[in-house]
Design a protein around this ligand. Structure first.
Ligand code: SF4
Length: 409
């Protein structure tokens, strides 16, 4: 069984086509929760029905295209104002293509080898569901500095209308190849999307867990439920759950979370299970979570004791001096309020917030809703909050605890 893989030599996108791209697709370096993300190749032939490219009108582009030459993209990455050697986690081609497609892979390796030659020890996340060979693993294993983690998206979906690659054994065989050739490369089974009716029977869960028997970590999440991908799948005749409850972000109901954890406990495998991508990635390199999820302790109940200890040892509430130093270093401005496990900020926007979060390895939250909290021009550092403000803050805090649990990585 074969699937389309795109050309070996990638075309450059024309200036005219670039000008009509959605700004998010046109963005070559952007900050996301799992790291600073490099995406100068967009387009993918793999046709996963739930793909996020539906949201930015890129799903119909089946041939990967370069937005700029790879050497220029690398310079954009390392010259990004938030890039910090050895600190900033990096993601490669995680938005709009698969890094192991034949035409994309040489660019992936060029980026990795160039960064490694500069001695950077940053985490690098590479997400794929495609073919990874022993020769590919040899290239990764020759890197000396970067902490690379391969995350294999595999969730036991068998319906080729949802995932055409499900017709093949490609991802499972890549996982086997990676685990049998890895030494310094982290290997994660990225168990996503878990969707009721598609892949949540006990048998399917047991099969996925068994496929993760030899990887370093398993990370599980739900999927993005939005009208664009739901319409596409429903048009193909696929049953899509959650009706039109599109406002929710990554969908992982508590009941489904509990079933996943129970299936993992019953499976008999010893591979640790994580709810958050950064937790699984950090664990594979014996490092504390770089998103500071230890501050949202309910996420940590399934984490190995040694890893919990690592995160606990690393956890330090930033002082005002720490906050001021990081803000000055990144040239950001915000009021802030330091609380147990997280720091409230205001008006930074997601990208800046994550840059701070990764620098401090501490949760940085945005207090943008209750305008009345600072309606009197009070700094968030103010102490004399009235009872209404305290209640409002409690509500927002709860919102953020939830958001942290479900937000996109
Ligand atoms: S202890 Fe918590 S924050 Fe640290 S890796 Fe485990 S789950 Fe993540």
């Amino acid at each position: 069984m074969t699937i389309a893989t795109g050309p070996r030599l990638l075309p450059m996108l024309s200036e005219q086509a670039k000008a009509s791209l959605d700004p998010y697709m046109a963005l070559i370096v952007g900050y996301r929760k799992s790291g600073l993300s490099l995406n100068h190749i967009i387009g993918c032939p793999l046709d996963c029905g739930y793909c996020v490219r539906h949201f930015w009108a890129n799903y119909d582009v089946k041939i990967p295209h370069l937005l700029c030459p790879t050497n220029q993209a690398i310079e954009q990455l390392v010259n990004h104002h938030a890039f910090q050697p050895h600190i900033t986690p990096i993601q490669l081609f995680n938005k709009a293509t698969d890094p192991f497609l034949p035409g994309v892979k040489p660019h992936l390796f060029q980026v990795l080898q160039t960064l490694d030659k500069r001695g950077f020890t940053n985490h690098v996340l590479v997400i794929t569901r495609f073919k990874v060979t022993a020769a590919d693993m040899a290239v990764l294993e020759r890197l000396r500095h970067l902490r690379v983690t391969l995350l294999f998206t595999y969730s036991g979906i068998t319906d080729p209308r949802i995932e055409p690659i499900a017709k093949t054994n490609t991802t499972l065989s890549s996982i086997r190849t990676a685990t049998s050739h890895k030494n310094r490369t982290g290997v994660v089974l990225y168990w996503r999307p878990i969707v009721p009716g598609w892949n949540d029977t006990p048998d399917t869960m047991a099969h996925v867990l068994d496929s993760g028997r030899d990887v370093d970590a398993i990370v599980f999440t739900g999927y993005y439920h939005k009208p664009e991908n739901a319409d596409h799948l429903r048009h193909l005749g696929v049953d899509v759950p959650y009706a039109d409850d599109y406002a929710r972000r990554k969908v992982m109901p508590a009941e489904l979370d509990a079933r996943v954890v129970a299936a993992w406990r019953a499976s008999g495998i010893t591979t640790p299970l994580f709810r958050k991508t950064s937790c699984g990635v950090a664990y594979t390199h014996a490092a504390p979570d770089y998103n500071g999820h230890w501050g949202v302790r309910e996420l940590c109940d399934i984490c190995p004791a040694a890893q919990q200890q690592r995160c606990a040892d690393d956890h330090r509430e930033p002082t005002p001096a720490d906050m001021d130093a990081v803000l000055a270093h990144l040239a950001y401005t915000t009021d802030y309020l330091i609380e147990d496990g997280h720091v409230w900020t205001h008006g930074l926007g997601e990208q800046r917030r994550y840059a701070m979060q990764h620098t401090l390895r501490h949760q940085i939250w945005e207090i943008d809703q209750p305008h009345y909290l600072h309606a009197h021009g009070r700094s968030l550092n103010g102490h004399a909050a009235n009872p209404a403000q305290v209640a409002a803050l409690a509500e927002i805090r709860e919102y953020f605890e939830n958001a942290t649990r479900y937000e996109d990585d």
